[in-house]
Design a protein around this ligand. Structure first.
Ligand code: ADP
Ligand code: MG
Length: 926
């Protein structure tokens, strides 16, 4: 895979064959960076050589993704200065090690006439300061830990070579002497906030497969516990001390040292026989948008979004001061039996075996053979960022030990880790929050229900009172009327009876007197009687009339009362309907309550599902993430997973499988999706695919190149620009694609991206793409006419060494084509590079301290000056003299460490009459 990356390392590889390198620099390793404080582990830099993969890492997906990023174990070698004994005893011997720090090389004398050469990630001479050692060895690891990854810093070497000096010095008498442990804690304390984060430390010693707690000497058999689910290793028996400030940490280290001394005295051994292990646990809470977990689309449902659990990162820094690597004297000079001697060495030799197995990609890694390897399982072949410093002494007397230390370091450099963000959801605090919310809802609901019930009771009671009152009033009025009529009636009857009694004797008398008397007097009395009767009748009539009117009044009163009664009845009905209404409201309320309870139950089950999902996800991640292939996310997971491993045939087969299952067309169509995130995902997938030579033709055939170029034009997202440019750079490796890119206006699109880009990684991709185009003989004049050279030169403004290296490579490619064209007679006259003003930058950077930049420029100069006599070379020679390039050519012909370039420069100078004339004039002997 890596060989198809956008860089051309072939030159470097041929050069390397001129000396012996034990570890052939794999194309997988990083181009050496030339940043001022050359860190061993540039954070977020991908170690694979593929531009596509580097683009994905540079886009920040590395840290935002839980599938991990590859991170090779980085190894630095540190040479201890001669001590006073060695000054005297070794004075007559030749040095056995020779360091070339700028080339990161170490030469070890095999005998008087032979040297072995080794390359390391960093070579620290006897003059390297403690500050510089911290910065190149440990600082990147500490930064990683603060970002949420596990980290390990370990020192390996013979006793007396400076392991403890490098790691453990407290530097109280001289702050410049502070070692890695102290400096690491200073950086960590400066970064964490002690209100929201937490920081704690354990300090242990491992001797003869027993772990002693250096913070609590009584505690001397601590066991190692491994989480079967995550593989995380912990020491629950070890003291864990919370750190609040730097002073308390230094105190702790001093206490640990004192206990270590006491323990070793008791065990009758020296501290050089035991391993000291410092563990720093960092727990940081993460803001929503910074978190990888919360940006993963765990679930889209609206309810769940509002239920996002808080996220924490729990990472661990382990600093290991190993026992001396020299072979222990089996004769028992320290008073040990042979069995003891074996046990003393067990952990260290198990570590060596594990590293050999990992370096050789062996199927079985004997992690379980010792406590040390179990403790460090995450550090080698695990998920931690690991940095190793191997310490050596200068004395020829220890050549054997020094050589074996170097070989240990060389093998450790081949170990690949897969860095994983130690981020998890804080379900406990989410559950606490939900419980409180739930309690509040239930209380509120109960309160409302009680208020309703009270209100209904009140209204019902009021209506009942009104009805009772109306009924009572009505009954009272009725009774009163009845009594009144009864009384009136009795009175009338009584009156009538009285009158009747009064009239009876008169009537009898008249009967007696009138009977036998004459008719005349009879008639008179009859008349009288008649008159009396009439009078009586009249009286009775009046009485009757009065009675009638009284009855009428009573009837009126009755109907009045009746109407009042109906009115009361009506209001009673109204009261009843009010009650019904309230009853209904009560029912609704009860219904509402049921619904709420249902929702609460759903929330509970969603919460459960969520934790189940999270467990499932983490289990899947642990298993390596290759589950079923579903949507784009799982595709991304797979592609990333693939890119992390070294590409074997098996992985290529898996990529082919993704093609079949998802379909290239579908992926490409997502490049035009509405949603920017989808576009970003899609372009990363395409970039990853484009890193594979086998996929490039398919991508171009399916129109992928056109879509990528369109993205440069239409998108204003820097991530998209960066990743798309990376993919284009990979496609631009091939000649047919180069012509296609040019014919589709690629140069002006890349120039535009170059002009607007700010991120060095974007510029690096764009420069890489243009540099590839510069190497095509047929495209020279078109590339220049469309501003390609100007765009390339414009990017040097950014100053980043990776970008400069790409610019230099483009210039070298272009100069080579021009020179070839002039030899074939198809080009005459001045170089287009010089016409576009490249010369002054070339001269300024010809001696750049970063070797990739320097090499390309040296080649470019040689091509421009050309060793054959042509009009091209002579015109350029004049420009080069006036531009100051002659000096550089002279320097290259004398000092360049690459013999082929040196010879080329020399031939160039000697074959050009113009240069020769100038050199004579300046009296420079060539
Ligand atoms: P180790 O832990 O590997 O056994 P030490 O750290 O104890 O070795 O170092 C042995 C001796 O060498 C100590 O006296 C230490 O001060 C000295 N020493 C080690 N490295 C350096 C260095 N880089 N500069 C000066 N003195 C050193
Ligand atoms: Mg030591």
């Amino acid at each position: 895979m890596a060989a198809s990356g956008g860089y051309n390392y072939r030159d470097a590889a041929t050069q390397r064959s001129s000396f012996k390198v034990d570890r052939p620099l794999s194309v997988n390793s990083n181009p050496k960076s030339a940043v001022k404080s050359k860190p061993l582990l540039p954070p977020r830099r991908n170690s694979t050589g593929s531009i596509g993969a580097a683009a994905a890492a540079a886009a920040g997906t590395a840290s935002k993704d839980n599938t991990g990023v590859p991170g090779r174990v980085r190894v630095a070698v540190r040479l201890r200065p001669r001590n006073s004994d060695e000054m005297i005893s070794d004075a007559d011997f030749a040095e056995i090690v020779e360091l070339q720090p700028e080339l990161k090389r170490l030469k070890l004398r095999r005998n008087n006439w032979d040297l072995d050469t080794y390359e390391f990630d960093e070579v620290l001479t006897e003059f390297a300061s403690q500050k510089r050692v911290y910065e190149v060895v440990a600082k990147p690891v500490v930064e990683s830990v603060l970002e949420g990854y596990n980290g390990t810093v370990m020192a390996y070497g013979q006793t007396g070579t400076g392991k403890t000096y490098t790691l453990g010095r407290l530097g109280e008498e001289d702050t410049a002497a502070r070692g890695i442990m102290v400096r690491a804690m200073e950086d960590i304390l400066a970064d964490v906030s002690l209100e929201s984060d937490s920081l704690s430390v354990s300090y242990l010693q491992l001797y003869m497969e027993t772990i002693h707690d250096l913070l609590d000497p009584a505690n001397d058999s601590i066991s190692i516990v491994e989480d079967p689910k995550t593989g995380d290793v912990s020491l629950p028996g070890a003291s864990l001390v919370e750190i609040r400030d730097h002073k308390s940490f230094v105190e702790l280290l001093r206490l640990g040292e004192a206990h270590r001394f006491a323990t070793n005295t008791k065990l009758n051994t020296e501290s050089s026989r035991s391993h000291a292990i410092l563990m720093v646990h960092v727990k940081k809470s993460v803001k929503g948008r910074d978190s990888a977990l919360s940006s993963q689309n765990v679930n889209n449902s609206h309810t769940v979004k509002s239920l996002k659990p808080p996220v924490v990162r729990k990472s661990k820094l382990i600093v290991v001061d190993l026992a001396g690597s020299e072979r222990i004297d089996k004769s028992g000079s320290e008073g040990h039996t042979l069995e003891e001697a074996k046990s003393i060495n067990l952990s260290l030799s198990a570590l060596g075996k594990c590293i050999n197995a990992l370096a050789e990609n062996s199927a079985h890694i004997p992690v379980r053979d010792s406590k040390l390897t179990r403790l460090l399982r995450d550090s080698f072949g695990g998920t931690a960022r690991t940095s190793l410093v191997v310490t050596i002494g200068p004395s020829p007397r220890h050549r054997g030990e020094t050589a074996s230390t170097i070989m240990f370091g060389q093998r450790a450099m081949k170990v690949e880790n897969m860095l994983k963000l130690k981020e998890e959801f804080d379900y406990k605090s989410l559950s606490r929050r939900l419980d409180i919310q739930l309690d509040k809802l239930i209380a509120e609901h109960e309160r409302q229900q009680k208020a309703f019930e009270d209100e209904i009771e009140r209204i019902a009671a009021e209506a009942q009172n009104q009805i009772t009152e109306v009924e009572k009033n009505y009954a009272d009025a009725l009774e009163k009327e009845r009594l009144k009529y009864q009384k009136d009636y009795m009175e009338s009857i009584k009156k009538l009876e009285e009158q009747l009694v009064m009239n009876q004797p008169k009537h009898d008398f008249e009967k007696v007197t009138n009977g036998p008397k004459d008719d005349k007097s009879n008639v008179t009395s009859s008349k009288e009687i008649c008159r009396l009767h009439v009078e009586e009748i009249n009286d009775l009539r009046k009485l009757l009339q009065r009675e009638t009117s009284l009855r009428k009044a009573a009837e009126e009163e009755t109907s009045n009362l009746k109407s009042q009664l109906t009115q009361w009845k009506r209001s009673e009905a109204a009261g009843n309907s009010e009650i019904l209404k309230l009853r209904k409201m009560l029912e609704d309320e009860a219904h509402q309550k049921e619904k709420l309870e249902g929702e609460i139950a759903t929330l509970h089950s969603q919460l459960l599902q969520l934790s189940f999902d999270a467990d499932e996800t983490s289990r899947q991640l642990d298993r390596g993430g290759l589950g079923k292939v579903g949507g784009l996310d799982s595709l991304m997971t797979q592609v990333r997973h693939l890119q992390l491993k070294e590409s074997g045939n098996e992985d290529k087969a898996s990529i082919a499988k993704i093609f079949e299952q998802v379909g290239l067309q579908k992926i490409l169509s997502l490049l035009e999706a509405e949603d920017n995130d989808v576009r970003i995902h899609a372009v990363k997938v395409v970039a990853n695919l484009a890193a594979e030579e086998a996929n490039q033709e398919k991508i171009v055939e399916a129109g992928g190149l056109t879509s990528l170029l369109m993205l440069l034009k239409t998108s204003d997202d820097e991530t998209i620009h960066r990743v798309a440019a990376g993919a284009i750079a990979n496609l631009a490796m091939n000649e047919t694609n180069q012509e296609l890119i040019m014919s589709q206006g690629g140069i002006s699109l890349l120039s535009m991206t170059a002009a607007n880009g700010e991120d060095p990684q974007t510029l690096r991709m764009v420069a890489g793409a243009i540099a590839n185009l510069c190497g095509n003989d047929k495209l020279q004049s078109k590339l220049r006419a469309e501003g390609g050279i100007k765009a390339l030169l414009g990017m040097v403004r950014c100053g980043h060494p990776d970008v400069l290296a790409q610019v230099a490579r483009g210039i070298a490619n272009f100069a080579k084509c021009e020179s070839r064209a002039s030899t074939q007679g198809t080009k005459n006259g001045r170089s287009l590079l010089i016409e576009d003003g490249a010369l002054s930058w070339i001269v300024q950077n010809a001696n750049n301290e970063a070797s990739p930049i320097r090499r390309h420029i040296e080649l470019a100069l040689c091509h421009l000056a050309q060793h054959e006599f042509t009009i091209f070379s002579e015109t350029n020679a004049k420009d080069m003299i006036s531009g100051g390039a002659l000096w550089e050519l002279v320097r290259i012909s004398r000092d360049c460490s690459r013999e082929d370039i040196r010879t080329l420069a020399y031939r160039t100078l000697t074959s050009s009459p113009t240069f020769q004339g100038e050199l004579r004039r300046l009296r420079i002997d060539n």
